[in-house]
Design a protein. Sequence first.
Length: 318
Amino acid sequence: MPRPVAAFVICRAFWYIPFLKSATGKEAAMKSRNAWVIAVLVCCALTGALTACEEVRDAIKEAAGKDGVWCLDELLKMAGLTREDLGKDADKLIADALSAQEDLLGESYVIDCEAKDKNGDLTKPGASSGGEGVPPVQEGETLVAPSAEDVPGQIGKIQDTRGGAGEDVAILLDATGSMGDDQAAVAENIDSIMAAVAANEGRLAVAWYKDNMECDSPWYQSNASGLVDMTGITSEIKAFVNSIYADGGCDWPESLYDAVWETATKLQWESLTRRMIIVITDAPPLEGSLTVHTKEQVVAKTAELGITIHTITVGVSY
Ligand SMILES: [Ca+2]
């Protein structure tokens, strides 16, 4: 067996031991930083070749998946946590686990892959068709943005490929604690987002949402005038985007279904060509008894109103 491969196998096994041992303990995330460091030191000593450490590190990174992007569940597993452990301290637990991982691997990107799939379910209108006098509903884009820097590019991609003359566009941004860098990226690029809508002689609205279940008050807000003609005065949109402050959220999932419902039903959609909501979040939707509106209700309502939904699931970072 080639040395890097042998080293990887040994290290991979050692890497997991501290987490397996602490899997039942709730302090696992707190301990994980030291556990990772110790595991790597043991690993290096065992392989007897310090030069192999870099190779091992690269191998572990490789195992993380394409482009070094990890799924949140993998990170939780290694920190001895499950989704059920992510109560009101969700942000702290995930932030600690991320920090511990980055001590070992350097900057890494974590996507909640389950959230990507659940959010993406909203983009599938199924057999529904638009109501009378509304644009046809299409299947939307399901995109990811591993780092906040990728967010403007993904919005631009949707605008380039799915936008069109006379469009109505609503950007719906998760504004809970882990979204600060993503909110900043949208704010820094709002001029080009607005310019793309203006080029289509379209209208733009922005809204944010948090957790509607006795967590955040207010939990939802949109800019005062709703959909604003981007060929006219655009200062309201810019000011609103810059005013968004990312905090709160309590548990990990947020009120995505209720927020899409609010956005779909409160805005005055007028476009007869294209209506779209672009969702930007790192988390999955609240479900079951924790949401007022179900996924099925939201999909049916947006189809009725001729609204196509696109989702961008962004990397988890603090
Ligand atoms: Ca929540």
